[in-house]
Design a protein around this ligand. Structure first.
Ligand SMILES: [Fe+2]
Length: 314
């Protein structure tokens, strides 16, 4: 059973650290195993967010998760950004540093989105080379997450999971497997999400993400604004069986409920680790409950991935 996780520990069940919960966490010190921060929210801050983070990091393990590395872009890597990321890692001492397998802009223009890549040999070589540069700068393995995607490329020659297998083996990077993203992309592109989860190299999975999404009928948007639906929990169960358990984190970034709601949601993972048959029987009929909020394409209130970058709060 693969358990290497690049030598990283299984931190247990964690939550994304968001401004709106700072006060609750400091006052109540909830029994959460660990927190994940959005790196960009703390890079230039030396005000209240960094002060709060210092307090929280004294009690909880912290992981850094970025949204701006743009590892797949054809623009040169942003050395200023990477230097700031390294400085933050030096200060925060995260257990690991992650970002996304995507590109966020080109010719210095930022799309403010996590954009998909064509999965072919040329892209693979490009991404692997850049991961090597980043790992040399950060002096640690990079952990990359599979994004939710809404388009595919005609010149892709391999599946996303085949690309990830080669990327991980050739670069030495770790993987953050977002099982909600797998489900979203599988719905949008009509592939079997279990084939994805079964295929990726399980000994390189350092972390798992869980989240809710918005099912628009013809497509799903990764909105992070609701409970995790049962089909995603089924993928989580499969991943747990294949990895023997990895650090698991719930993302909830829009319409954020009280802290206890988030905590209770991530604690549901325990039921899927125990593989109780009745849990999975319930899962068969879900997709009409939470996580399937009907929304029109023209609704401009959709959650945007980079909305996780919060305004500075001094
Ligand atoms: Fe994620």
């Amino acid at each position: 059973m693969p358990q290497t996780r690049l030598g990283h520990p299984n931190l247990g069940l964690g939550l994304g650290l968001r401004n709106c919960h700072f006060r609750h966490i400091l006052e109540h010190q909830p029994d959460v195993d660990w927190f994940e921060i959005i790196s960009e929210n703390f890079m230039d801050s030396h005000g209240r967010p960094r002060y709060v983070l210092e307090q929280i990091s004294e009690r909880y393990p912290i992981v850094m998760h970025g949204v701006s590395m743009s590892i797949g872009s054809t623009d040169p890597l942003d050395r200023t950004y990477l230097d700031r990321l390294k400085k933050l890692a030096h200060d925060v001492k995260p257990v690991w540093v992650s970002d996304h397998l995507c590109w966020t802009g080109v010719q210095t223009r930022n799309s403010h989105d996590l954009l998909p890549l064509p999965y072919n040999e040329k892209t693979l070589k490009h991404v692997v080379e850049r991961i090597g540069v980043v790992q040399d700068i950060l002096e640690r393995p990079l952990v990359l997450e599979n994004p939710s995607t809404y388009v595919t490329f005609a010149d892709s020659t391999m599946s996303e999971w085949e690309f990830i297998i080669h990327m991980a083996n050739e670069s030495g990077c770790g993987l953050l497997l977002d099982v909600n993203n797998v489900y979203v992309s599988s719905f949008n592109h009509e592939f079997d999400p279990f084939e994805f989860v079964d295929a990726v190299p399980h000994d390189r999975i350092v972390q798992c993400h869980l989240a809710g999404h918005s099912n628009c009928g013809t497509h799903i948007i990764d909105t992070h604004d609701d409970h995790v639906i049962n089909p995603v929990w089924q993928l989580y169960k499969r991943m747990h069986e294949l990895t023997a358990g990895v650090s698991t984190l719930l993302e909830w970034d829009a319409n954020i409920p009280p802290f206890e709601v988030l905590h209770n949601e991530v604690l549901k993972a325990r039921g899927y680790m125990e593989a109780e048959p009745e849990v999975f029987a319930e899962a068969e009929s879900d997709e009409t409950e939470s996580g399937t909020v009907a929304a029109s394409v023209g609704d401009d209130t959709y959650f945007h991935p980079l909305h996780r970058v919060e305004a500075e709060v001094e």
